[in-house]
Design a binder for this molecule. Structure first.
Ligand SMILES: *Cc1c(COP(=O)(O)O)cnc(C)c1O
Length: 355
């Protein structure tokens, strides 16, 4: 792929590289952009200064939300190497999202090449303090100027980079989760397995409701019976019940998380039994009551692992592990982030060096 570089006239001042970076508020000097048209396919690949876009107000994305995205991170190792984590998984998921939304696909090679090019270009922006990384946000949207629902004849693909610290201000401390029994996130046949903007727009009402009640995130139940556990906020969710780990299967409504897959691999590698099955909220609350619910945590690129300390279902409250981070939760976090930051041996070939 030929990538033109447009030089910025002025570079930004870099922030303090500490834990207080926050999440997703600071962006680097440059972004990757590329267009797609029916005639030319992918064209015009560029690394250009980060800045506002000029967009026709009739652009289809602004009306019908034909938009998809990904989320990944780049890490700088102690010896100065730059690592991505399983980027081919994100490339494949992005292609699945795009197929579902009738958007053009980007080959796995092109996706990884584009991500690598912009990360390499902005490598001085990768923070090195403990727990920090460079968040990568590739996304694609419909740019054809038209009113009327149909697949766009043109698209734009962009990659933004943002140096980040912890996702939740709570850090690795347990969060309080509200079990949502009114709003739903996804149903079979819908777009639950994709990262498309519309899914998240539709989820905000539940998040606002939970936060008003003093909870950090919601736990989603299935869209038909409001009975089976799906995910927590924008993370997959796992429960350790009687020494087995239970998580929802990826059968159309759950987002197939790269972190989820990696955690399942690690757990099986350590000899744990992992059940990918439909777990009802009643079974979970009962496990909380009779003490067999040992640990609970969310998994996702942004927070990596987020322990759950409390669940509220219809006013009934279960406290998990005395509101402390569980031993296995901590071990999973340490091992996975250790592999991601290049501090722990990677027996799975998950890390991908950017050169
Ligand atoms: C991104 C996301 C996840 C986590 O996926 P990762 O690949 O682990 O980051 C889980 N659920 C939802 C709804 C998501 O958007």
């Amino acid at each position: 792929m030929k990538i033109d570089v447009v030089e910025a006239l002025q570079l930004k001042e870099k922030p303090e590289w500490g834990q207080n970076l926050g999440f997703g508020k600071i962006f680097t000097d440059y972004m990757f952009t590329m267009n797609w048209t029916e005639k030319e396919g992918w064209c015009n690949a560029k690394i250009e200064p980060y800045g506002p876009l000029s967009l026709d107000p009739a652009s289809l994305v602004l009306h019908y939300a034909q938009e998809t995205f990904e989320g990944m991170k780049a890490y700088k190792t102690k010896d100065g190497r730059i690592l991505l984590f399983r980027p081919e998984m994100n490339a494949r998921r992005f292609a699945n999202s795009n197929r579902r939304l009738c958007m053009p696909e980007l080959s796995e090679d092109m996706y990884i090449e584009a991500v690598s090019a912009i990360v390499e270009h902005e490598k001085d922006w990768i923070p090195t303090a403990e727990g920090t990384s460079l968040y990568i946000r590739p996304f694609m949207f419909a740019t054809e100027a038209a009113v009327g629902v149909h697949p766009s004849s043109s698209y734009k693909f962009i990659i933004l980079l943002s140096p980040v610290g912890a996702y939740y201000p709570e850090g690795m401390n347990p969060v309080k989760i509200y079990v949502e029994d009114e709003y739903v996130r996804a149903t079979k046949g819908g777009t639950g397995f994709t990262k498309c903007g519309g899914n998240y727009a539709a989820s905000i009402a539940a998040q606002v409701k939970a936060q008003k009640l003093g909870y950090t995130q919601v736990l989603w139940l299935d869209g038909v019976q409001h009975k089976y556990i799906e995910e927590v906020g924008t993370m997959n969710v796992m429960f350790k019940i009687s020494n087995k780990i239970v998580t929802a299967p990826c059968d159309g409504t759950v987002l197939p998380g790269v972190t989820r897959d990696s955690i399942i691999h690690l757990l099986k590698f350590w000899g744990y039994e992992v059940e990918e099955r439909h777990l009802s909220i009643e079974e979970l609350m009962q496990a909380g009551k009779d003490g067999t619910l040992e640990e609970a945590f969310g998994t996702g690129t942004a927070a990596v692992i987020s322990p759950i300390g409390e669940l509220n279902y219809k006013g009934e409250i279960t406290i998990v592990n005395d509101f402390k981070t569980g031993e296995l939760t901590k071990k999973l976090y340490d091992t996975l982030t250790g592999i991601q930051w290049g501090d722990v041996k990677d027996p799975f070939g998950w890390t991908h060096e950017v050169k």
